[in-house]
Design a binder for this molecule. Sequence first.
Ligand code: FAD
Length: 290
Amino acid sequence: MIPPIANNFVAGETPEAALAHVETINDRGVAGILNHLGEHYEAREPADADADAYVDLVEEIAERDVDACISVKPSQIGLTVGDDVFAGNLARIVEAANDPEATGSGGAATFVWIDMEDHETTDVTLDAFERHATATDGNVGVCVQANLKRTREDLERLAALPGKVRLVKGAYDEPAEISYEKKARVDEAYREDLRYMFEAFDDGVAVGSHDPAMIADARELHAEHGTPYEVQMLTGVREAAQFDLASDPDVDAEVYQYIPYGSKWFSYFYRRLRERKSNALFALRAVIGS
Ligand code: FAD
C-alpha cells in the first residue's frame, strides 16, 4: 500500500485507482495524462509487460470514457534493451491508441505522449516521434527540455511536423558542455523556446511547468499569436493552481494533470522529495506526526 505522504504524488498502484483519480479531476475541468510508473529496464520481459499494460490502459480509458491520454518513457518500453525493442513496443502502443476497436466503437483515438529522458536518448526519441506523428497525423506528442542547448534547433525540426510538443525545464543532470546549469539560464532558455513555439507551431504548445512566470508568459504569447496551448502539471504539485486555471474564464487553455501510478511508486516519490526541500520537510513532518 502507498503511504499517505506518497499518495500526494502518485494516484495509486492500479489502473483502476488512476482512472478513478482521472474522474475526480475531470469533474473539475482538468484532463489526465496517465503514466504507468517504470523505467530503465535492462531486460525485455518487463519492457514488454509495461507496453502490454499501456495497450490495456488505452482500452480502459475508452471503456470508462474519461478525458485522458497516456505518457510513456522510452526506457520503460525497451530503449535500454535495444532500439528495436523500443520501436516495436511504441508501435504497438500507438497502434492500439489509434485502433477504433481498442478505443471503443467509433471512439476517438487516445493521444500518446513520449516523455524525454537523458540526452543520450534525445535523437532516438525524436526520430520515433517523427515517425508516429507523421503516420497518425499528429496524434502523438513529445517532450523537449529547455536545459539542453540543442533544444532550440530541435524545435525548428519539430515545427515542421504534425503533433504536439511539451516544453519542460528538464529533470536530468546533464554534462555542462551540452546543458545550461544555472537555474536562471534554464528559465531564460525556457522563455526563449516558448516564444519560438508560439510563433512557429500550428498544432499547439504544451507548457509542462508549475512555474507561474512561465504560465504567465504563455498567456501573453497566446494573446499575441493566438496559438492554442495547454498547461500540464504533476499530481500533487500546485494542484490548487491547476483547478484555478481550468475554471478561469480568462484562461483560454486546456489544463492537464500528469498522473503517475503503479507499484513502482517509491523511486518516483523519492525524486519528488529530492527536487524540493519543502516536499522533504512535508514528508518528515508527516512521519514525525504519525
Ligand atoms: P521550477 O522552477 O522547478 O518550479 C516552479 C515552482 O513550481 C516552484 O517554485 C514550486 O512552487 C513548484 N514546484 C516545482 N516542482 C515541484 C515539486 N516537485 N514539488 C513541489 N513544488 C514544485 N522532465 C523531463 O526531463 N522529461 C519529461 O518528459 C518531463 N515531463 C514532465 C511532464 C510534466 C507534465 C511536468 C509538469 C514536468 C515534466 N518534467 C519532465 C519535469 C520538468 O523537467 C521539471 O523538472 C519540473 O517540472 C520542475 O520544473 P518547473 O517548470 O515546474 O519549474
